[in-house]
Design a protein. Structure first.
Length: 275
């Protein structure tokens, strides 16, 4: 069985944090991600996979979106957050370091919240189209998979993935930021690179289902491996090819598009039970 080789960390020229501090930092990030997964799984039990925003108002959607992003993204961003705190801001200790990590993560999630606005608009538009003509769902699904494949092969993906895999140069540039809300701004800037790297993976939740836990778990694994595994760039191409296959199959295989299937909506289920 081949061994999984993670991309080696870039040396910073500074001594590492004590093992205890590193353990605490990792524990905080893992705990946040685990709590976010618990909340996401619990919420998915009360929601179907109907097309569109599932009747969610924008504020509630964004709240759920942020929780989902915390669950899916924090494992892959943890090394960067901890590297920032230990390599650039070593003066902070104890609770101050935890606050710095929290500020970094908040800025990171702020970038994904901005993308959530676009996701909400896209879901609302697809929901409206499928409601008017359910047959358009298969073509919407094909188009989304094709767009996701194009992003996997595109230059923006390469540039942003290179940053996410080797962020040390940019982190050193961040050290010149003014102190005001420094960690928040660093997290937001890195989050924008992550959005540029992963937006194609996120949009496949439109055909696969916004609250499809299996799909989210699979995408989380892809994101983690793309950023941290030594063979991550090859995985990017493999996933792009898989999306191309799905784009070809989508118009003929409705089971590939649970998030665009009106028959699975909660309203239809209620109607069927009361009819």
């Amino acid at each position: 069985m081949p061994h999984l080789h993670l991309a080696p960390p870039v040396p910073t020229g500074r001594p590492a944090l004590p093992t205890r501090d590193l353990a605490v930092a990792w524990f905080l990030m893992v705990l946040l991600a685990a709590l976010a997964w618990v909340l996401t799984v619990d919420q998915s039990r009360h929601m179907g996979m109907e097309p569109g925003t599932m009747g969610l108002a924008l504020p509630l959607f964004l709240l759920l979106w942020v929780v989902m992003m915390a669950a899916m993204m924090l494992p892959s961003v943890a090394p960067v957050a901890i590297t920032w705190v230990r390599g650039i801001n070593r003066r902070s200790t104890g609770p101050a370091r935890a606050l710095r990590i929290a500020a970094f993560v908040s800025g990171y999630l702020l970038a994904w919240t901005a993308f959530g606005l676009l996701a909400y608009a896209a879901l609302a538009a697809t929901g409206h189209l499928v409601d008017r003509d359910p047959g358009t769902g298969r073509w919407i699904g094909a188009a989304v998979f094709l767009l996701a494949a194009a992003q996997q092969f595109g230059p923006l993906k390469r540039v942003c993935l290179r940053h996410c895999r080797n962020p040390m140069f940019q982190l050193l540039q961040y050290s010149r930021y003014r102190p005001w809300a420094k960690d928040l701004r660093v997290g937001a800037h890195h989050g924008l690179y992550c959005v540029g790297c992963c937006w194609g993976l996120m949009i496949v939740l439109i055909p696969l289902g916004f609250m499809n836990i299996a799909a989210m778990a699979g995408l989380s694994a892809v994101i983690f491996l793309e950023k941290l595994w030594r063979q991550g760039p090859w995985l990017t191409w493999a996933v792009g090819l898989a999306f191309l296959v799905l784009a070809v199959l989508a118009p003929f295989q409705d089971w590939l598009l649970p998030g665009l299937d009106m028959s699975g909506s909660p309203m239809d289920e209620m109607t069927g039970r009361t009819g």
